[in-house]
Design a protein around this ligand. Structure first.
Ligand code: PRP
Length: 216
């Protein structure tokens, strides 16, 4: 491929795991022939020469970082990560996939305590929420299995994603408040959005039409 061709490759930061399957399905429905053999791949860079595209398979939380630094032109990321990471990127489109919500969760018999502690993977989101509520809490950062925290006495509440509610039910926890709804978003690097505007805008329009048609 010529240098010119290389320059025109659209680099897309894709979240590995459960969002990828929904995102690649949406791309396919929008007319982009993404082979389904990549749904379970361990490959980190997927070349799609027919579309002059490349997928960078990223840990979801890192997608905005790749896009902010411009090593990916665009990316797909959950609103939860966007709110927490607060990176300098354009949010172009709500893809309407991977729907869930960010919630405050506790034991059914939760009562306010003098030194409340909240465990979460989202310390910025949690701190901002409790500040707005006028509640002073100590926020403890964890990296997964957040629901353990109230069960073993690390924190009296958690801030976490709820999708089906199964994790809460199986661990005897209840939702106290919903903070915001989450879906995946299409984001773009600010420079790429100017330099590759037509390609990015075309892709955006195709996805938007598919979402509007309710096909996904
Ligand atoms: C996420 C989230 C909840 C769970 C919610 O965890 O943190 O624990 O999914 O889904 P549900 O309402 O359908 O049960 P994830 O599976 O990403 O793993 P983690 O606990 O290691 O973060």
């Amino acid at each position: 491929m010529s240098n010119n061709g290389q320059k025109d490759i659209l680099k897309v930061a894709m979240p590995k795991g459960r969002i990828y399957k929904q995102a690649s399905k949406l791309f396919r429905e929008a007319g982009l022939p993404i082979p389904s053999d990549f749904d379970d791949t361990r490959k980190l860079i997927i070349e799609l020469p027919d579309m002059n595209m490349e997928f960078i398979m990223a840990k979801p939380v890192d997608v905005p970082t790749y896009v902010e630094y411009g090593v990916a032109d665009i990316g797909i990321v959950g609103k939860d990560v966007l709110m927490e990471e607060n990176k300098d990127v354009y949010e172009l489109l709500d893809l309407g996939i991977a729907k869930c919500r960010m919630s405050v969760i506790g034991m059914p018999d939760w009562k306010p305590t003098i030194h409340p502690r909240v465990a979460t993977k989202y310390p910025n989101v949690a701190s901002a929420y409790f500040r707005e509520q006028g509640q002073q809490v100590e926020v403890i950062k964890l990296n997964g299995s957040i629901e353990l925290a109230p069960l073993i006495g690390l924190a009296d509440r958690i801030v976490d994603m709820v999708e089906t509610g199964q994790t809460l039910r199986e661990n005897g926890l209840v939702e106290q408040a919903s903070i915001f709804e989450i879906t995946s978003r299409l984001i773009a690097n600010r420079v790429s959005y100017r330099m590759k505007n037509e390609r990015i805008q075309n892709l955006c329009d195709m996805l938007q039409a598919t979402i509007a048609a309710g096909a996904h």
